[in-house]
Design a protein around this ligand. Structure first.
Ligand SMILES: [Zn+2]
Ligand SMILES: [Zn+2]
Length: 276
């Protein structure tokens, strides 16, 4: 195992991940990892009152957040000396809710916060895959606008799965591909000038193995990282224990060919460099 850490792991507290939290740690140790970061979905209770009325909710309910922090803290003690466990959150980037989200994030003692774009409220409160009545070009443009805004906000330690877009909204035309290539390049360039790392997600890598357009876009994403050198993190986005460190050996081999060998972890929001 040459990727020593997995910085995107869920728990059953989000309501759509499986198994016991301890099983994720046990699987990480079996996979040879030195460090993991739990990053469960923060529920969108931080939205403004008018946004909350329309919200499509997912993630940890507010009352579960202290239990999540408590459970991970217990695991840190239990596995001390065997694996380092960091605690993080995956937070949806929602335009207009930055201030309310910041207040909540400032009150929580996490090591790192990942920012994600699963929905684009300007186009409707639903999963990216469900904007079937909207032109895909509009979805692509809005997505990259949000990705760039999230990166330059410097509010988060990393931006998750840029590939989420082309995994869920088919990139079927040359027009879409050209928007995607431009958006990837701009997001990577913006990250290289910011404090925000970009996540290399093993779901995105898996999609690149099975879909020709995914191969091209994910490869271009890695090439842009090689050129512009933003900080990067690596995560499996595991929603079940067996997916911790999913495809990491194959991914490491690709990253080495691209010259991407330094990755970041975080302790109390301070970055720590790991080598692949
Ligand atoms: Zn996500
Ligand atoms: Zn996730």
């Amino acid at each position: 195992m040459s990727i020593p850490m997995d910085y995107h792991i869920h728990t059953p507290y989000c309501g759509h991940a499986y198994g016991e939290i301890i099983e994720y740690v046990e699987h990480a140790i079996a996979a040879g990892l030195k460090e993991i970061g739990f990053s469960d979905h923060l529920g969108r209770y931080y939205l403004t009152p008018s946004q909350l009325k329309k919200n499509w909710e997912w993630g940890m309910r507010e009352e579960l957040v202290p239990k999540y922090f408590g459970d991970v803290s217990d695991l840190q003690k239990l596995f001390d000396g065997h694996i380092r466990i960091r605690i993080g959150l995956e937070v949806d980037f929602i335009e207009g809710a930055q201030n309310t989200a910041s207040k909540i994030l400032d009150s929580l003692p996490f090591d790192f916060a990942i920012c994600s774009i699963h929905c684009l409220p300007s186009l409707g409160w639903k999963h990216l895959a469900r904007y079937t009545e909207i032109s895909p070009a509009t979805v692509y443009k809005e997505y990259f606008k949000a990705a760039e805004a999230a990166v330059v906000s410097d509010r988060f330690q990393s931006l998750a799965h840029l590939d989420f877009l082309w995994r869920y909204v088919d990139c079927t035309t040359n027009e879409l591909k050209s928007i995607a290539l431009k958006g990837i390049e701009q997001t990577v360039k913006a990250a290289s000038k910011s404090q925000t790392a970009l996540e290399i997600n093993s779901n995105g890598f898996h999609h690149a193995l099975i879909d020709p357009v995914g191969t091209e876009l994910f490869g271009f994403f890695l090439d842009q990282i090689s050129i512009h050198k933003p900080s990067v993190t690596i995560g499996s986005d595991a929603h079940e224990p067996k997916n911790v460190a999913w495809l990491f050996e194959d991914l490491a081999a690709i990253l080495k060919t691209k010259g991407i060998t330094s990755i970041l972890g975080f302790e109390q929001k301070q970055s720590v460099v790991f080598e692949i």
